[in-house]
Design a protein around this ligand. Structure first.
Ligand code: MTE
Ligand code: HPA
Ligand code: MOS
Length: 813
């Protein structure tokens, strides 16, 4: 037996042992064996039809320019090229933007960022298409008149250049509260963006069908939107287009809207040539073309009392949106709604700006603006603690939302399911925080170069799409005559285990072992008008829809069973593959067969719309979230203050996934989210040169965490708790919230940096990502400002000593 078979057999055994309980069981991902053996079919693995052609994109060389002329003959005559397509070849709308229609598929007259697709080459092979497309680099092919480019959020803010109007949420009178506060703190902060770095890049394969039909296989979180933009582009009704996605090799938000350009170009080429066309971007092009997490620049000011409790706070969050709106409005809205994180803000003013720049159009990335909103609050609280010489933990505790009081969010929703205090207590206990804090101080007192840092950070994350109508889902469940079950739902599988959870829910309804339920590819011809699989709502929405469908069929089967066995349909039990009532029992498949012969409908649809959610986009108030998910982390790092290198020594996480449907998958999501968040805040640095060229466009220059970056001691546990709202099995969404637990790593590095300059009152001016370079800059700046404070004794950092800089000297330059 080979290893894959052994794996499948073990997984199967485990599943079969749990015949009665498919819920709450740590079943492996339904495709785990396929993932590790390489048998899982991704879009690029779909067997190519005879006559398949391959597309590649010719990209803009300027961040902002007018296209003076294009002479594509050289491209057309390149070996293997079948066609070259431009904006003019698009029969319908030249747009793939999800909200505003400001996203050209191919540039038309003007380029708005360096990397923007200008033309598409269709050739006999992937390699030949790429070779021809690379001619876009030649001046003879496209002539440009360069225009002024604005690259950063700060520049765009100064020029008042936004893709959408500013968002402004205000409660009370923060200015007055800050003015009279016993203490005040004002500051700035910045955090970088982040590339989604899905392992499978953007890809689409379009196959023309009869009567103006198009089947688009797309690696997308949003098949319905791909269907819609392709139809609009071709000037067709939506029913001409089918979009299918079996799985993605990761999406992380990067395929929520931005799979569209690739689906559109493949479909455009397929329609104009009436041949199947595949477009697979290589990693560098993917980096250059697609948007990332929004980077942000912040200005804040706060008033607080002696305990560090906030009395008034103001923040401006300037997000770099890029050249178009994409999902930036919703991202900025979530940033506004997450600024509070886990804290009560009595008087507050929050402004979010979507700055228009000549860079990639930034988009969804795990957390969707939430991390950008909450991070600055944590940095602010850390600063307050250092100002007051308190443990940052205690300042956090002093500001927590209350129970029954101090519990209204700035946007007007009450926090009614608050469990952050007991969760925190449990984590502080299990991580031994207080004792380790004392041990750390001792270590740092005697260690001149290596400094340890420790930090606690909580998360409260609002669950639901913050655009209320998106909170709906559908499913279709088929029970075949032999009793096997096929489920289809509107969600997409991107590795997060959605199909596994949905299958568990359906298996549970029918009392069947997990192995009797199969989930098929997401397909717009099965479930219509689906939302993106996003906002962590995949299993909440699709699990409920699938459960509803299964319940309908189960009801019909129960009636038949009651007729055959006597008794009441409501008393029929479905467990262990057996249906029983009134002392009698039937195997599930026998009952199903009898139902078929009795002409009972054995398939059903199901639908779910999240209750309670509403939102007023004018006032930025309402009830945007059905519930909140909570978590907390404690991280300890050691920083080498000579080199800026650091290591994560230990992390303890306690996270609330409600009553987990699948603890193995949920723990995987928490670990993965944490490590991904750590990458964002420490090693992943996007860098554009002065021309607006993204220079970090491959793993050689863009450093995502590796498995070796996982802390040696990584204690991740689920908080035993059931959702206060009646979600599917009272579980909670888990996809995005754990990313914010990585704040603890960034804050621990800050803590270590602060420890390097003993007695310094100002918080270390550490930017994110905290690369070694950023850490050294922070050490130098902290040392300099400390030396400038006449009330504090100067204490040069080892870095300053090594480079011969006295504190005074470093002040001078
Ligand atoms: N996990 C894996 N393995 N791959 C992914 O692409 N995306 C994340 C998260 N976890 C992602 C992932 C993001 S951004 C979201 S919104 C959720 O999964 C989406 O899936 P869910 O709603 O089913 O949790
Ligand atoms: N998350 C992800 N995608 C979205 C959201 C959200 O909150 N709102 C609209 N699109
Ligand atoms: Mo996730 S950022 O909502 O796709």
């Amino acid at each position: 037996m080979n290893r894959t078979d052994a794996f499948i057999e073990r997984a199967g055994e485990r599943a079969d042992q749990r015949e009665d309980a498919s819920i709450g069981v740590p079943l492996p991902h339904e495709s785990a064996a396929l993932h590790v053996s390489g048998e899982a079919t991704y879009t690029d693995d779909i067997a190519e039809l005879h006559g398949t052609l391959h597309a590649a994109l010719g990209l803009s060389r300027h961040a902002h320019a007018r296209i003076v002329s294009m002479d594509l003959d050289a491209v057309r005559h390149s070996p293997g090229v079948v066609a070259v397509l431009c904006a003019d070849d698009i029969p319908g709308e030249n747009n793939c933007g999800p909200v505003l229609h400001d996203d050209p598929i191919l540039a038309d007259g003007e380029v708005l960022y360096l990397g923007q697709p200008v033309f598409a080459v269709i050739a006999e092979s992937h390699e030949l298409a790429r070779r021809a497309a690379a001619l876009a680099k030649s001046d003879d092919v496209i002539r440009y008149e360069p225009l002024d480019a604005i690259l950063t959020a700060t520049e765009a803010k100064a020029a008042k250049q936004f893709v959408l109007p500013p968002l402004h949420l205000r409660r009370g009178d923060p200015d007055a509260k800050i003015a009279v506060a016993p203490h005040r703190l004002a500051g700035t902060f910045e955090v970088g963006g982040q590339e989604q770095f899905y392992l499978e890049g953007q890809v689409a394969y379009a196959v023309p069908k009869e009567m103006d039909g198009m089947l688009v296989y797309s690696s997308t979180q949003h098949p319905s939107e791909m269907q819609q933009v392709v139809a609009h582009m071709l000037g067709w009704p939506a029913h001409n287009v089918v979009c299918e996605c079996r799985r993605m090799g990761g999406g992380f938000g990067g395929k929520e809207s931005q799979s569209a350009l690739f689906a559109c170009v493949a479909a455009l080429a397929a329609q104009s040539l009436r041949r199947p066309v595949k477009l697979r971007a290589d990693r560098d092009d993917d980096f250059l073309i697609t948007g990332k997490r929004h980077d942000a620049v912040y200005e804040y000011e706060a008033g607080f009392d002696d305990s560090g409790r906030l009395t008034g706070v103001r923040v401006e969050i300037a997000l770099r949106a890029g050249y178009s709106a994409d999902l930036s409005g919703a991202v900025a809205t979530r940033a506004v709604c997450h600024f509070d994180n886990a804290y009560y803000l009595p008087d507050v003013d929050i402004v979010a700006l979507c700055c228009k720049t000549n860079t990639q159009s930034n988009t969804a990335f795990r957390g969707f603006g939430g991390p950008q909103g909450a991070l600055v609050m944590e940095v602010l609280l850390d600063g307050i603690a250092r100002e007051l010489r308190l443990d940052p933990l205690d300042v956090r505790l002093a500001n927590y939302y209350g129970i029954g009081e101090r519990n209204t969010t700035p946007y007007g929703q009450r926090v009614e399911d608050n469990i952050i205090a007991p969760l925190t207590d449990a984590l502080l206990d299990s991580s031994d925080y207080r004792a380790r804090r004392a041990a750390l101080a001792e270590f740092n007192a005697t260690s001149p170069v290596l400094k340890r840092g420790l930090a606690f950070s909580p998360v409260k994350f609002g669950i639901s799409f913050n655009v209320p109508f998106l909170n709906q889902a559908g499913a279709l469940v088929h029970v075949y005559k032999d009793g096997s079950v096929l489920v289809n739902h509107g969600g997409t599988e991107m590795g997060q285990g959605l199909n596994t959870k949905v299958a568990q829910v359906v298996a549970n309804q029918f009392g069947l072992p997990f192995s009797r339920v199969r989930v098929s590819a997401t397909d717009t011809s099965k479930i219509a008008n689906t939302s993106a699989t996003a906002a962590s709502t995949g299993s909440d929405l699709n699990g409920m829809a699938a459960e509803a469908a299964a319940q309908t069929i189960r009801g019909r089967l129960a009636e038949l069973a009651a007729r055959q066995l006597g008794g009441d349909a409501n008393d029929v039990q479905f467990t262990g593959g057996i249906v029983s009532v009134n002392g009698g029992a039937l195997p599930f498949d026998q009952l199903v067969n009898a139902a078929y012969l009795a002409r009972v409908q054995l398939w059903s649809d199901g639908f779910y719309a999240t209750p309670k959610v509403h939102w007023d986009a004018q006032t930025l108030t309402g009830h945007p979230f059905y519930y909140f998910a909570y978590g907390a982390a404690v991280s300890e790092v050691v920083v080498d203050t000579l080199t800026g290198e650091w290591k994560l020594v230990r992390t303890d996480v306690l996270h609330d996934a409600g009553q987990s449907i699948n603890p193995a998958i949920d723990l995987g999501q928490i670990e993965g989210g944490f490590i991904q968040g750590m990458g964002w805040l420490t090693s992943e640095e996007l860098w554009w040169n002065r021309d607006g060229r993204l220079m970090t466009h491959a793993p050689s220059t863009y450093k995502i965490p590796a498995v070796s970056d996982t802390p040696a001691a990584f204690h991740v546990r689920l908080y035993d708790h059931s959702n206060a709202e009646p979600t599917v099995f009272r579980s909670k969404a888990v996809g995005e919230p754990p990313l914010l637990l990585a704040f603890s790593v960034f804050l621990a590095i800050r803590d270590a940096v602060a420890a390097a300059v003993p007695g310094a009152r100002p918080a270390p001016p550490l930017r994110a990502p905290a690369t070694p370079e950023a850490i050294l800059d922070a050490l130098d700046a902290l040392n300099a400002s400390h030396a400038a404070d006449p009330t504090e004794p100067a204490a040069p950092t080892p870095h300053a000593v090594l480079y011969g800089e006295s504190p005074d000297a470093s002040l001078a330059h």
